[in-house]
Design a binder for this molecule. Structure first.
Ligand SMILES: Nc1c(NC[C@H](O)[C@H](O)[C@H](O)CO)[nH]c(=O)[nH]c1=O
Ligand SMILES: CC(=O)[C@@H](O)COP(=O)(O)O
Length: 164
């Protein structure tokens, strides 16, 4: 039995008043699509209204931190503020150091964004050595692992409501 995963939820969370932004990279399309579906599915299970799940895209994972900031600011300016953002990206190791630099910078900038924006910015980025690892974490390999997008949806609702 695997020990990894979010574990049992500590209380009930109601996302019915939340507006959640999902910003996903367009690299590694099939895996991304599955992760986005997983996140959406979980948001709906937590009663987030379909019309309050806003999906936008950026080219690659490197664009996720700045894209998230622009996404947040645009929504606020339009009077439809986001209560949490789920940036989703899939980084797969190639043959150069590109992977390490992107993983490191994106992770740090997303963490910083939580404090800069004052809303939860979830870490929805897979940093995988192989494509198979990414597929497994997107729930695309039967019987292997669960879709991690679901964890990200649940984390967004919990973090946007827990301390309010
Ligand atoms: N190799 C991967 C990338 N690379 C693209 C960069 O994220 C970026 O869009 C480009 O350098 C322009 O600034 N992105 C991923 O999301 N996943 C990869 O595996
Ligand atoms: C995530 C990456 O950086 C990547 O797939 C780039 O591949 P490479 O290092 O072969 O250019």
């Amino acid at each position: 039995m695997a020990v990894k995963g979010l574990g049992a939820i500590d209380q009930e969370y109601d996302g019915s008043k939340l507006r959640i932004g999902i910003l996903h990279a367009r690299w590694n399309k099939e895996i991304i699509e599955s992760l986005v579906e997983g996140a959406k599915k979980k948001l709906l299970e937590f009663n987030v209204k379909p019309e309050n799940i806003v999906v936008e895209t950026v080219p690659g994972s490197f664009e996720l931190p700045y894209g998230s900031k622009l996404f947040y600011e645009k929504a606020a300016k339009e009077g439809k503020p986001l209560d949490a953002i789920i940036p989703i990206g899939v980084l797969i190791k190639g043959s150069t150091m590109h992977f390490e630099y992107i993983c490191d910078s994106v992770t740090h900038q997303l963490m910083k964004l939580n404090f800069e924006l004052g809303v939860p910015v979830i870490f929805g980025v897979l940093t995988c050595i192989t494509e198979e690892q990414a597929q497994a974490r997107a729930g695309l390999i039967e019987g292997k692992m669960h879709n991690h997008g679901e964890d990200w949806g649940a984390a967004a609702v919990e973090m946007a409501t827990k301390f309010n």
